[in-house]
Design a protein around this ligand. Sequence first.
Ligand code: FAD
Length: 349
Amino acid sequence: MVIGAGYAGLTAATRAGRRDRVTLIAPETRFLHRVRQHETAAGHPEHRPAVDQLLRGRRVTHLRARVTELDLLGRKLMTDSGQAIGYDTLVYALGSRTAWHGIPGAAEHAYPAERAAELRQRLSEAPRPGTLAVVGGGATGIELAAELAEAYPEWQVRLVTADEVGGWFSAAGRAQVLRVLERLGVRLYEHTRVTAVGPDGLHTAQGTVEADVVAWAASMEPHALAAEAGLTVAPDGRAVVDAYLRSVSHPDVYVIGDAAAVTLPRVGTLRMGCATAQPMGRYLGRVLSGRTSAPFTFRYQVQCLSLGRRDGLVQLVHGDDSMRPMVFTGAVGRLVKAGIVRLVVAILR
Ligand SMILES: Cc1cc2nc3c(=O)[nH]c(=O)nc-3n(C[C@H](O)[C@H](O)[C@H](O)COP(=O)(O)OP(=O)(O)OC[C@H]3O[C@@H](n4cnc5c(N)ncnc54)[C@H](O)[C@@H]3O)c2cc1C
């Protein structure tokens, strides 16, 4: 049984389901495709294939439900439709969601990526353009700010972050990010920690940043069910797994994707990302269908950003995700990123 149909869970299910019967539990009828949610916020068409279409020809039964409780000793789970379902093998792939970090007012007043369609509606139906603050200078915040500034040029877009915007990139990579944001008119508030969000905008240690609309992209947190069920979790809430992606406390449970804290020799602890989730899903699909008994291996190659529809960044990295000096920018960067996003969907099957 696989719970969660994101990049990790769906990729594992389609591969395991070539040979064996698999039950896949997840609520959505269309693939979530989170890496394109910033495009949705900007009003671009959604590219979300139907889950059942992706499962065609596989021995996978998709149960549209949410898991509410896990009984690891009894090998069963409960769903929001009140069903108790037993399993032989469990693959836990519930992913992550936007983290609010306990900031007062954030969940009430800010739009996370999960509410991208509501954000689009709010911006496109506003009686007049105003100020829009994006919180978070990581990859998601940068992509969101660039996309929104390009799609809604009459709005004043601000990008607010506790550290530096794209500060982890190589010098050339960060320069590209800053150049595009400047071209799109995005005003940066770096080293500005948000302490509260209200109807007037952001409250920070440095004063108020006025905003009519706030979008929140200040990191992700794993689903709480892993800890609630008693799986051993890292301080960030991800379930700690061994070299075969089995829970260290419950080796009969596999954990993959953003839900898993995977530490590999000479690579370190993998970051949450589609880039790491999908290779875990592919690997586990091979394990479950008996095609490998080797431990999981992974090395980083690139980090990619879309910067609106005309620009992008491909940052080459070493296997441990540290920066190489070389980058591809402009149309090349954008096309490579767009190609990767399409490839991700092809690999789901
Ligand atoms: C706007 C945006 C852009 C991004 N861009 C990139 C990028 O360019 N590169 C990159 O590497 N990463 C990117 N990410 C991060 C990436 O989307 C995540 O790391 C990735 O989605 C994790 O995949 P996953 O399969 O572990 O989980 P998810 O994709 O989060 O899927 C989780 C699955 O579990 C299901 N689920 C949740 N709760 C339950 C429940 N209780 N019961 C049953 N099912 C449940 C969900 O419905 C879903 O099917 C981006 C994220 C966002 C928001």
